[in-house]
Design a protein around this ligand. Sequence first.
Ligand code: ARG
Length: 463
Amino acid sequence: MEKMWAGRFNKSLNRLADDFNSSIHFDSRMYRQDITGSMAHAAMLSAKGIISKEDCSAIIDGLESILADIDNGVLLFDSEAEDIHMFVESELTKRIGDVGKKLHTARSRNDQVALDIRLYLRDEAKKITSLIKALLSAVAEQALKHRDAIMPGYTHLQRAQPVTFAHHLMAYAMMFIRDISRIEVAVKRMNVSPLGACALAGTTYDTDRNMTASALDFSGITLNSMDSVSDRDFCVELLSAFSILMMHLSRFSEEIILWSSWEFKFIELDDGYTTGSSIMPQKKNPDMAELVRGKTGRVYGDLMALLTILKGLPLAYNKDMQEDKESVFDAVDTVKQCLSVFAPMIATMTVCEDNMLKAAKDGFINATDLADYLVRKGIPFRTAYKCVGEIVGYCINNGFVLENLSFEKYKEFNSLFEEDLFDCISLQNCVNRRISEGGTGPESVKKQIEYVLEFLNDKKSFY
Ligand code: ARG
């Protein structure tokens, strides 16, 4: 196929070079955005008297028919085309004749592609945000179901203090709310139109960039034409937000994997989200969570590829930038896939409250509460801490736990102990007395869940 730019060349592009140069096999996914952008551009050209009304309606009708035919599978992408922009334009000219050749007035593929990616990412960010919200509501629902389930809270993966399962889940909810906020902010900054910047320097035509911007629902226009065509910050920002989101999903996955092991058995994943082994009949593997953890590396890789592609580029457009798309698309696809299985996996998991409680008991996770007990009797925390440390040491060496050590023994360690110490170290009381804001106490967790539910109902904004 002859290239649109063939005029100044004496021979055609080498076959391998042509394939190497072509991006149609991946940028065709932006056909809707490309065509919508072209429609807005044609309408502006006509409104400004740069093309006639008749030409404009022929162009718009032609573009509409192309869009419908691609949507219906009637028109297939030509693998010989250089990219989606060239494909649409040459198809238009095939359909409406020479009028189609007027569409590219006061425009370049450089501002066109910058526009298409913004439109594409704006759409995809919306879908990703609603997938995160679906996950958030699955998390909130599990938290509501298991509000009072006590489990060990860990530091260094060592049992630390008792918390409720709902409190633990709410920690993830806060991360996901921040993820949504990060995406929203990135989209807001991205939502300005580069269309009309042309190749790099603007144009000699009397165009109206604000008109195309508002037709395409942008909040404004980019202010420097060279920046408009060379900027991919918005891709980097979104992929950063996606990477952080994946990091959260990966941490959650790690816990799901640990919790579903026989050593923990805090949860049982639904059969629909686990797999068996080809050799070991007893196996039930948390593959979905493992894959999400693995795919996190892939999204980080996409971000790193993008940053590396951009780092040495002089202004303005360079063909290196064609390489942005596969990273961006891969990150979008991967994040969507991960969220789509993660939310129902969380919604359908069974929580083994008894096992959580069993793990929380007998592990000295109430030792801090015992020290606090002594503090309330009037001794300094550090002294109380030392005394309880000695009690714990004694218990470990003699096969006791804090709950079954005799009152007389306690008295030997410190005469301030009274019978009510046992009440104080009951796990339920340890949790109930964590009354500080944001703590694991029931009031605080209730508030956290309410915040998340209100956020999901659009009644709360980000903090
Ligand atoms: N396929 C190209 C890309 O994705 C479109 C822009 C081409 N511009 C150019 N001056 N060759 O970057």
